[in-house]
Write a protein that binds this ligand. Sequence first.
Ligand SMILES: *[C@@H]1O[C@H](CO)[C@@H](O)[C@H](O)[C@H]1NC(C)=O
Ligand SMILES: *[C@@H]1O[C@H](CO)[C@@H](O)[C@H](O)[C@H]1NC(C)=O
Ligand SMILES: *[C@@H]1O[C@H](CO)[C@@H](O)[C@H](O)[C@H]1NC(C)=O
Ligand SMILES: *[C@@H]1O[C@H](CO)[C@@H](O)[C@H](O)[C@H]1NC(C)=O
Ligand SMILES: *[C@@H]1O[C@H](CO)[C@@H](O)[C@H](O)[C@H]1NC(C)=O
Ligand SMILES: *[C@@H]1O[C@H](CO)[C@@H](O)[C@H](O)[C@H]1NC(C)=O
Ligand SMILES: *[C@@H]1O[C@H](CO)[C@@H](O)[C@H](O)[C@H]1NC(C)=O
Ligand SMILES: *[C@@H]1O[C@H](CO)[C@@H](O)[C@H](O)[C@H]1NC(C)=O
Ligand SMILES: *[C@@H]1O[C@H](CO)[C@@H](O)[C@H](O)[C@H]1NC(C)=O
Ligand SMILES: *[C@@H]1O[C@H](CO)[C@@H](O)[C@H](O)[C@H]1NC(C)=O
Ligand SMILES: *[C@@H]1O[C@H](CO)[C@@H](O)[C@H](O)[C@H]1NC(C)=O
Length: 807
Amino acid sequence: MDCKLIHVLIVALTAHVINGRVMCPSHPNCVCGGTFAVELNCNIDGRTVKINLLPSTYINIKCENATTLDYSKLPKCANEPNTFKSVSFKDCPLPDTSFNDILRQIGVSKTMSLIFQNAKNLSGYFNRKHFTGLKDLRKLLLSVNGITHLPDNLFMDINNLTWLNIRCNNINLSEELFKPLERLETLEISHNHMTNMSSNLFSHLSLLRKLSLWQSNVTWFSKDFFTGVDVLEELDLSSNGLNELPMTIFKPLRKLKKLTLFSNKFSTLPQNLFSTNEKLETVIILNNDVKIKTLPKNMFGNLSNLKQVYLQRSGVEVVPYDIFVNSSLITNISFAYNDIAVIPESTFNDQINLLELDLSHNNLRSLESKLFSSLVRLEILNLCYNSIEEVSSATFSSLLSLIYLNMEHNNLKIISSDLFSSNKQRMSITLAYNRLDFENKELKNNSWAVTRSSPFAHTYNLRMLNLSHNKFKHSFDDWWINGHENLDISFNSIQYLWGNTKYSIEDGKSNYEEILKKPLKEVWISNNPLNCRCRNFLFIDYLKDNLKSKVIDDTLIHCPIWTREACYLRFIIFISVVTTSVSLSTITLILYFIYKNQINSMIKRRFKYFSRQDNTDQYKNILIKYSENDEEFVLKEILPELKNHKNFNVQTKLVKTNSKDNFIKHFANGSKENDTVVIIFSPNYLTSAYSHVNIKKIRGEMLKTKNTLYVFTDIGPENSIYAFLKEQRDQRTAILWSDPNFWNVLISMLSNGYKKKVRFSPGIDIRSKLNTSLTSSKSKLASNSSFTRLPDWPDVYASSTFAHSQV
Ligand SMILES: *[C@@H]1O[C@H](CO)[C@@H](O)[C@H](O)[C@H]1NC(C)=O
Ligand SMILES: *[C@@H]1O[C@H](CO)[C@@H](O)[C@H](O)[C@H]1NC(C)=O
Ligand SMILES: *[C@@H]1O[C@H](CO)[C@@H](O)[C@H](O)[C@H]1NC(C)=O
Ligand SMILES: *[C@@H]1O[C@H](CO)[C@@H](O)[C@H](O)[C@H]1NC(C)=O
Ligand SMILES: *[C@@H]1O[C@H](CO)[C@@H](O)[C@H](O)[C@H]1NC(C)=O
Ligand SMILES: *[C@@H]1O[C@H](CO)[C@@H](O)[C@H](O)[C@H]1NC(C)=O
Ligand SMILES: *[C@@H]1O[C@H](CO)[C@@H](O)[C@H](O)[C@H]1NC(C)=O
Ligand SMILES: *[C@@H]1O[C@H](CO)[C@@H](O)[C@H](O)[C@H]1NC(C)=O
Ligand SMILES: *[C@@H]1O[C@H](CO)[C@@H](O)[C@H](O)[C@H]1NC(C)=O
Ligand SMILES: *[C@@H]1O[C@H](CO)[C@@H](O)[C@H](O)[C@H]1NC(C)=O
Ligand SMILES: *[C@@H]1O[C@H](CO)[C@@H](O)[C@H](O)[C@H]1NC(C)=O
């Protein structure tokens, strides 16, 4: 109870604020409510009536369930008579009294418009008395079911009406009915059944500007139907069953600006239908139920005020070339949803002011190259849902103002040249759902050569380039670098987003970083078989991270996570591998140059070792020659060691103090071909073998002998010749007993052979070797034998030619 009271108070207050007076009436039959507008729920003799009002503006009275109503029991809605703009009755029964009496009863002194609607069966008939006294009424809407008759004198007392709307079923409209309504400007008769309209129905309505016979089942007009309706500006004959129009029907309508003909059944339209409608601005012919296959010649021609022509869903197949001739103010033309296959080249020749052209949803197969040549102001061109297969830039070259081109859902395969290269404005171009791949196959020298070129290579700064649902296998770099805002290449067969055309090099990351300056706002790439390669990962990440582009549906998400991670690791791995290998090879090179000689000789030795290995399996005969004085040394030091080696068959030969002959014989027959001779060369041996021989000769012999090893053992008295020979010895055939590695060297010499032509390796410092061998002489015999050391060799012996008389 308290709640309700507060509620009522609030409403009262609100009403008070709005009107300066407490509006909500206290009436025994009604409960007041509502927040903004006042709502009264009344119960009048058991019938619910809802009243809804905004002071000075409107009163709506809605009857629920009332086939009869005592209007005198309605509450007073305003304490003092008030002016309302409109009063409406919904689903209420016809009153017995005048509407004027009812309005006074509820407190309305004046209203401009009256609305009486009843969607249920209305019993009774309207008559003149219902409208008496409503001298201020300007607008009247009667929308009722079930009334079949309106008396001729019905509007006699409301002849100042300017606006009349009759939505009644099946009313017999007589000529007399509208006669009093001389001031009528707008007349709407709809939802009616007027199959046959008499010709003089509106002839007195000399001020009528708008006439709608919308959905009135008018199927036939007499040809002078509009006679006398001189100032009519808007005519709507939509949703009638009209299947023809008399040629001269619109002739009287010299002021006609807008004609609407939705949903009729024209199969043809007459010639020169609009020849007198010079003021015509807009023609709308939509949803014709029957195909108008051929439009009449010059249909919209010579109409110097015509601005908009909509002729859609009417089954038009043929458009005459002169349909718009000499009508140069047209801004909007739509022929959408027809069956047009060809539009003649000169159709739009005079349309220099055209802003929007819609030819979508037709059967166009090609576009004449000069079709759009006059449309320099055209902003919107819609060609979607046709069957166009090829276009060339010449077709669009005049469209310098174009901002939107839609060629979706065609069969476009070839765009033969650069499109829109001279357009400066930001355009949106959508070519979705075509067969484009921008590839051109040509037969060259008996083989197919594929050339790829983008018709957008020189098109810059597009707001949108939509190439989705095409047949692209390769991307084109101009998509990314020409400064477009949005790019949609989803639903194609693209594997690599970047790197197919001239700008690119393999994996050329630095490349797009240089070129791709203007960021794309959004990029759609979903549903492409993108390769899980770094090329794609890096490129997309570059778009996202560096250019802050929004990449929609990153299809690389399906790629295994490691493929992505590897890209970033890969660089590091690559760098490390490169660095490592570069430094390794540098080191190797340096080492090579440092140890070049050693390596060479080692390789040679190895080589020889292996090549000799094969025939060293046999025993080797070794003949040891020595001087008598050295016998002890040989027997004690040399023989036992050599005999330890199974491969050697060792013999000894004592060389006695001898003559020159012996010497010669010795060298000539001393050994067999394959025998190796080891000479224990000491001052003793020198004395016994070469007592009379010239030093030069000895050395010559020593160099010449084959299969002979000289073991320099410093046993015996000091001898300068011996020292000389020792110093000048051939490294390949001579070995020092004092060499710490003596046995290893000797055994390997004996095993491998040492003969053949082995070049002298230069650069071996004999002196230093000699010194080393002398200073570090660790001969086993050095301590317990009486071998004397040799003095340092004087430099003078470096010269080979000198006479020797000592020996
Ligand atoms: C309408 O009237 C019928 C009986 O006449 C009644 O049964 C029904 O409840 C009423 N409906 C409303 C909404 O008042
Ligand atoms: C209107 O009345 C007719 C007969 O008078 C009846 O057949 C029809 O159902 C009624 N319609 C409504 C909506 O009450
Ligand atoms: C119509 O309006 C005029 C003045 O505009 C007035 O003289 C005349 O009485 C009005 N007619 C009716 C029926 O109220
Ligand atoms: C309409 O008027 C004609 C003659 O004026 C009459 O023959 C016909 O029956 C009327 N139709 C209706 C539905 O009242
Ligand atoms: C108009 O005519 C159609 C048939 O042509 C019919 O179905 C429809 O009921 C008619 N409308 C009116 C309001 O009589
Ligand atoms: C319409 O009226 C004209 C004469 O006024 C008549 O010739 C024609 O047959 C009528 N048509 C229909 C469909 O009633
Ligand atoms: C256009 O109108 C002019 C006169 O205003 C007329 O001479 C010309 O024949 C008309 N052109 C067409 C195609 O009807
Ligand atoms: C074009 O229309 C103008 C008038 O609007 C007229 O004077 C002119 O003759 C017409 N030209 C043609 C070729 O019909
Ligand atoms: C006519 O085209 C212009 C330019 O596209 C457009 O702005 C305008 O809304 C169109 N007019 C109508 C009535 O569609
Ligand atoms: C065809 O081959 C000839 C020689 O083999 C060559 O000179 C010519 O350029 C080739 N033409 C094309 C189109 O490749
Ligand atoms: C591109 O065109 C297709 C087909 O009309 C559409 O589905 C898609 O949303 C368009 N892309 C963008 C980014 O608007």
